[in-house]
Design a protein around this ligand. Structure first.
Ligand code: THU
Length: 131
């Protein structure tokens, strides 16, 4: 799977975002070590706190199917057209740390299949908490 393909899947996943409150549409595509891609979108709620980010949707779909080894995730988001990068929130970074090796796991942030930058989880979540 090419990184550009993973970006494309993340962009497509944005269409399912349920965002009546923020209007901010996020899509994620998580590549597992078994070669499968788990998609995610953000899903909001009128009570706000039950809302979930696109990244966690993707992770929890995979983990709930017994998959716990991951290579990389592509994340895209914005109000309308994709312009700025959409860096994962702190809670999602903590979820990534739970399942991924920070030195190896890659996070692709961008706004098109051609325009993205690759970060390691260690770069985005230094000195992370683990039990
Ligand atoms: N959101 C994500 O889905 N992922 C991120 O990385 C940042 C924020 C969602 C949560 C909420 O539905 C909306 O974007 C605005 O915060």
């Amino acid at each position: 799977m090419l990184d550009s393909e993973l970006m494309e899947i993340a962009i497509k996943s944005r269409q399912f975002a349920y965002i009546p409150y923020s209007g901010f549409k996020v899509g994620a595509a998580l590549l597992a070590s078994n070669g499968k891609v788990y998609t995610g979108c953000n899903i909001e709620n009128s009570s706000y706190t039950p809302s979930v980010c696109a990244e966690r949707t993707a992770f929890f779909k995979a983990v709930s199917e017994g998959v716990k080894d991951f290579e990389k995730i592509a994340v895209v988001g914005g109000k309308d057209e994709l312009k700025e990068y959409c860096p994962p929130c702190g809670v999602c970074r903590q979820v990534m740390v739970e399942f991924c090796d920070p030195a190896r796991f890659q996070i692709l942030l961008g706004n098109s299949p051609e325009n993205y930058r690759i970060y390691t989880l260690a770069e985005l979540m230094p000195l992370s908490f683990k039990l």
